[in-house]
Write a protein that binds this ligand. Structure first.
Ligand code: ZN
Ligand code: ZN
Length: 268
């Protein structure tokens, strides 16, 4: 297995070139549709291939192959997957901004609808289509393809592509695991849970910048009923908590969290 990048953008251009050639022959429309679909697949695979996090790439690759589905999965990690990015650099010596270009992207919904529309044309019309007269005419299919090709070419014409903005913040959990949190989630102060040790943390902004603070759980004492908090990491089956009010011992049993129902994570 090689780790070299596969030239998907070149492949995508080749598929589109072939599609343009085939388009002139109305007997070859199904083949034309397949070429355009393959160009879309190449674009999605290119985005996946260039995604910086290897584990994420492998995970997506193991369960998805259709372009829109792949991009939808990537979207969970990078909300800007379908957004054009204009890049400008400002050299320190001149202070004059230089526009590098725009990394153009296709919208996932656009890809999904076009991909499935093209998919319909690679099948022969059904009995129902013939009887009802709903089979697509060649001219209509060709018109549809002619509409799709330039949109993909527009993306392929970008002078820059595969730009990635590192919008992640990293923290080392006390268990040693490297926690990677999206900047947007940090700003929204979303609960961070360590997948390795189940530690719960909340992003807090201080004079030194952002830090991860231990998350707290709220619960009611089973003896005196008083509401109080404990560190999330103490809230594990098998651990024992002493009530701050009545000194009563609370033994946490598996499933307890579900039973109490009102245990919520709170900011500290
Ligand atoms: Zn951890
Ligand atoms: Zn109590």
């Amino acid at each position: 297995m090689t780790s070299d990048k596969i030239p998907f953008r070149t492949f995508a251009k080749q598929h589109l070139d072939r599609a343009r050639e085939l388009l002139s022959d109305d007997k070859l429309l199904a083949a034309t549709c397949l070429e355009v679909r393959m160009a879309l697949e190449c674009l999605a695979y290119e985005s996946l291939q260039s995604f910086p996090d290897r584990e994420t790439r492998e995970l997506i690759l193991s369960k998805r192959w259709q372009p829109a589905q792949i991009l939808q999965e990537l979207m969970k990690f990078d909300e800007t997957v379908e957004v054009d990015r204009s890049l400008t650099i400002t050299p320190e010596n001149t202070g004059i901004p230089i526009k590098l270009g725009t990394d153009k992207r296709l919208k996932i919904s656009w890809i999904r609808t076009r991909y499935s529309a093209l998919g319909r044309f690679v099948h022969t019309p059904t009995i129902h289509d013939h009887r009802e007269g709903t089979a697509e005419e060649g001219t209509k299919i060709a018109a549809k393809i002619s509409e799709i090709i330039p949109e993909i070419e527009n993306v392929l014409s970008s002078r820059i592509w595969n730009t990635h903005i590192n919008d992640q913040m990293n923290w080392r959990c006390r268990c040693g695991f490297l926690l990677k949190v999206r900047a947007a989630d940090v700003e929204a102060k979303k609960l961070v849970i360590c997948p390795s040790c189940d530690g719960h943390f909340l992003p807090l902004e201080g004079p030194e910048g952002w830090r991860l603070a231990d998350g707290h759980k709220w619960f009611n004492c089973i003896h005196c009923g008083k509401r109080q908090t404990t560190l999330c990491r103490n809230w594990q089956a098998g651990s024992q908590i002493i009530c701050k009010h009545c000194d009563g011992q609370i033994q946490l049993v598996p499933g307890l969290e579900q039973k109490t129902g009102d245990v919520r994570s709170q900011r500290d």
